[in-house]
Design a protein around this ligand. Structure first.
Ligand code: SF4
Length: 316
């Protein structure tokens, strides 16, 4: 089972990074995310919202290869925890339902699945993290997730991707920015920790357009975590087919790091940044392939931020 490292060794990096936040919150213990595939599909694939999915998406590109073999939730949790304990000396775990749309089922079914995932190694599970689309949550599902907050930290992660409806239409997202705003209103006073993720680098969006994402995120105090990704083109996606036929400009690592250096000063300083970039399996990645491992990319970006003296929120 793949385990996502949720802790870094570095201290302050010029931005409010998730590794440091976790260390502080859990008194220095090593906390790892264990990715679980609940066997969900996606309304943007099965026809209820659309077919073919978002044009950049190949679900396999963000599904750990072991989870793709469809072991049960129980096996995924047990094996994921053991792997993280042995391989990463992890102390505590966050169960992360990541692939596809993890609230796309009736609430009673969701309860059964989440209950199952949280029923093993319970003493060492500290959190539940649910990835979904903004148009796939409602008051009942929020109440279900809130019911776990007595014992676990629960975060609900929703794809913002772009703040522009034109972009969302072009990428066949099947929902609008207004859907995200509605979802954010629904969770406004909930006990859930809200995370949104964005993608930078759609070829038709200018730098100025992307920099405006920050103000849009900042205006929702209920957002606690953010994940920033650069656009990467993967095999099995509609965009991958288009890119191979007619390649378009994607970020180089240096360009992306420089972009982040301009972006971070605009980001509310209390927002916790879970990720600054995404990386799919190399065998699925078409572009950009920066030829570096995840840790090397992280180091490059962190060094750039430090060298340029960037401080999150300093331009606000
Ligand atoms: S990115 Fe998410 S919402 Fe879009 S097709 Fe893939 S799983 Fe569905």
């Amino acid at each position: 089972m793949q385990v996502q490292e949720a802790e870094t060794k570095q201290g302050y990096k010029g931005y409010n990074n998730y590794g440091a936040w976790l260390r502080q919150k859990y008194n220095g213990q090593r906390v790892f995310k264990v990715i679980v595939d609940g066997g969900f599909t996606c309304p943007n694939r099965d026809g209820s919202k659309g077919y073919g999915g978002c044009t950049y998406c190949n679900v396999d590109s963000f599904t750990p290869s072991v989870s793709r073999n469809n072991p049960s939730v129980r096996e995924q949790v047990i094996q994921g925890v053991e792997r993280a304990r042995k391989g990463n000396k992890a102390d505590k775990f966050i169960i992360y339902f990541q692939p596809n749309t993890n609230t796309y089922a009736p609430t009673h079914y969701l309860k059964m699945l989440y209950d199952e995932a949280l029923s093993y190694h319970t003493e060492d599970i500290v959190g539940l993290s649910i990835g979904t689309r903004p148009d796939c949550i409602d008051a009942e599902k929020i109440a279900l997730l809130e019911s776990y907050t007595d014992h676990f930290d629960v975060d609900l992660e929703m794809g913002m991707e772009s703040i522009y409806n034109d972009t969302l239409a072009q990428i066949n997202r099947g929902c609008s920015h207004d859907d995200l705003i509605k979802a954010l209103k629904l969770v406004e006073h909930s006990k859930l920790d809200i995370c949104v993720h964005t993608i930078f680098g759609f070829p038709w969006e200018t730098k100025e357009m992307m920099l405006r994402y920050a103000a849009e995120i900042n205006r929702f105090p209920q957002i606690k975590f953010v994940k920033f990704h650069h656009l990467h083109i993967v095999e099995g996606s509609v965009m991958g087919v288009k890119y191979k036929r007619e390649p378009f400009k994607v970020f180089s690592l240096d360009e992306y790091a420089n972009f982040l250096c301009e972006f971070l000063p605009l980001v509310r300083p209390d927002l916790v940044i879970q990720r600054l970039f995404g990386l799919s399996d190399l065998e699925l990645l078409i572009a950009p392939n920066w030829g570096l491992k995840k840790s090397e990319i992280q180091y490059y970006i962190d060094q750039k931020i430090l060298k340029r003296g960037v401080v999150q929120g300093s331009a606000l």
